[in-house]
Design a protein around this ligand. Structure first.
Ligand code: MV4
Length: 453
């Protein structure tokens, strides 16, 4: 049993975890940087402890400081949330050594899945469809060119320790390969300290479909359906929805089955996400597995009625899953819009300042996950996400109407936000028609420019 849980995070996800703990009767410890003395997570937790300076490296990424806080407060578990240390296998390993329960899979599983090339090999061996690509790690441009020719152009060059777009370049043909490889490898070396790369055939205009899975330590693995996260800009998701209307019941069952198979092959425990690319011909491929709770988890909670954070904590306590696969029924349609402090008209430059006025919507089928309040100061030190606006309707049309209505009610004054931009997307014909691939936002921006000329 977990009596006291430390949340190694900030913002709305820290608040989300604190609320789950309160419902479960678990005491909470918030950790905060000197910039977050007045933050909501600092105020809502049972107790709070300062772990360092404003800069993330000095606080939310400082393992020693966080571990010391856990030991000093007598916390028996740590929930990492997302971002920061959430996918750091060394941090999970140190927690294990200290006898502190890390809410997530064990450190070996995290390390194996964090290595995207090893994850590919694991899935290939388990019969999970992977994108045609290199089975080996590629270190040199010469070897890369050979393998690329075997795979067939266009190819995509990815960092083994990457994920989420960093250290990633495409090459349409052999002429483009050298420059693309060098740039991707340099980026990987800078960001991850690794020259290890792998190659895949480039899938044109796919959908990004991810399956939520839950696994306990008794070998029960279930999936909770999918999320369509294709609406992204520079690998930052902006809108997510569940389920994906492009999936037939048959394809959903097939992909769900493969997702469960993938989690089993990895020896997975806790909540996780299997990312797939779905091409225009209905073929799907494993891309990577995320070992954390994700930003967009609330849309899955809406359509399944399962509290994913409570389930994570139950699993970490060694309890069996509270739901069986046959109990998972997808009901209605949910959409999440990320409300960011940024200026769409200035290339989405982050915006900072004090929120002078704030009004957030509510009502039937509307959920807002946020940690901002009127008078809150948005600093440039952390992620620009201010709030997640989540709606749940009987079908996609109703969800879209609800989201338009909810977006229209929001008032955030004192800083720039992407609210108007989100509203425009929700009124876009292509969005309404569900014509959405990972190229959606780029195409949308072009349509918008043409319209405004
Ligand atoms: C791909 C791809 C096409 N083919 N891999 C982007 C982030 C990282 N998770 C992998 N990504 C992609 N990998 C192959 N073999 C296209 C992308 C991609 C993408 C994927 C999901 C959501 C948005 C995207 C935007 C651009 C490229």
């Amino acid at each position: 049993m977990i009596r006291k849980l430390l949340i190694a995070n900030r913002g709305e996800i820290a608040v989300r975890i604190i609320r789950a703990c309160r419902e479960l009767g678990i005491e909470t410890v918030a950790v905060y940087s000197t910039a977050d003395r007045d933050a909501l997570h600092t105020q809502l937790a049972s107790e709070a402890i300062c772990i360092g300076d404003i800069r993330s490296a000095d606080s939310y990424l400082n393992m020693e400081s966080i571990l010391s806080a856990a030991i000093a407060t007598g916390a028996d578990a740590i929930h990492p949330g997302f971002g920061f240390l959430s996918e750091n296998s060394r941090f999970a390993a140190v927690c294990e050594t200290c006898g502190i329960t890390f809410v997530g899979p064990n450190s070996r599983v995290m390390e194996r899945l964090g290595n995207k090339s090893e994850a590919r090999r694991t899935m290939l061996a388990a019969g999970v469809p992977v994108i045609p690509g290199s089975e080996e790690v590629i270190l040199s441009e010469e070897r890369g060119r050979q393998v690329a020719a075997e795979i067939g152009y266009p190819v995509i060059i990815k960092a083994v320790l990457g994920g989420g777009g960093k250290g990633m370049r495409t090459a349409a043909n052999e002429e483009e390969f050298a420059a693309a490889f060098r740039t991707a490898q340099k980026e990987s070396e800078m960001a991850f300290g690794s020259r290890e790369m792998y190659l895949e055939h480039y899938v044109e205009a796919p959908k990004h479909i991810e399956f939520q899975i839950l696994a306990d330590r008794y070998g029960h693995v279930i999936h909770l359906g999918e999320r369509d996260c294709s609406v992204q800009r520079n690998h930052q998701k902006m809108i997510e929805e569940a389920p994906c209307e492009a999936l037939s019941a048959t394809l959903r069952a097939e992909m769900g089955c493969v997702a469960v198979q993938a989690a089993k092959a990895a020896g997975y425990e806790n909540a996780g996400t299997i990312e797939f690319l779905l091409d225009g011909n209905g073929r799907f491929y494993f891309m990577e597995m995320n070992t954390r709770i994700q930003v967009e988890h609330p849309i899955t909670e809406c359509v399944t009625g399962v509290d994913l954070v409570k389930e994570q904590i139950r699993i970490a306590e060694g309890k069996p899953l509270s739901v069986k696969q046959e109990d998972v029924v997808l009901r209605g349609h949910a959409i999440e819009c990320r409300i960011n402090a940024e200026e769409p008209e200035k290339k989405f430059r982050p915006s900072s300042g004090t929120i002078t006025q704030l009004y957030l919507p509510g009502g039937n089928g509307v959920r807002v996950d946020t940690a901002v309040y009127s008078g809150y100061e948005v600093t440039p030190y952390y992620d620009s996400m201010l709030a997640k606006l989540i709606v749940h309707g009987r079908n996609r049309e109703e969800a879209i109407s609800k989201m338009r209505s909810a977006l229209g009610e929001v008032i955030i004054e004192g800083i720039h936000t992407n609210l108007d931009y989100q509203y425009e997307i929700l009124n876009d014909e292509e969005f309404a028609a569900g014509n959405i691939t990972v190229n959606f936002l780029e195409d949308f921006a072009r349509r918008r420019e043409t319209r405004n000329e």
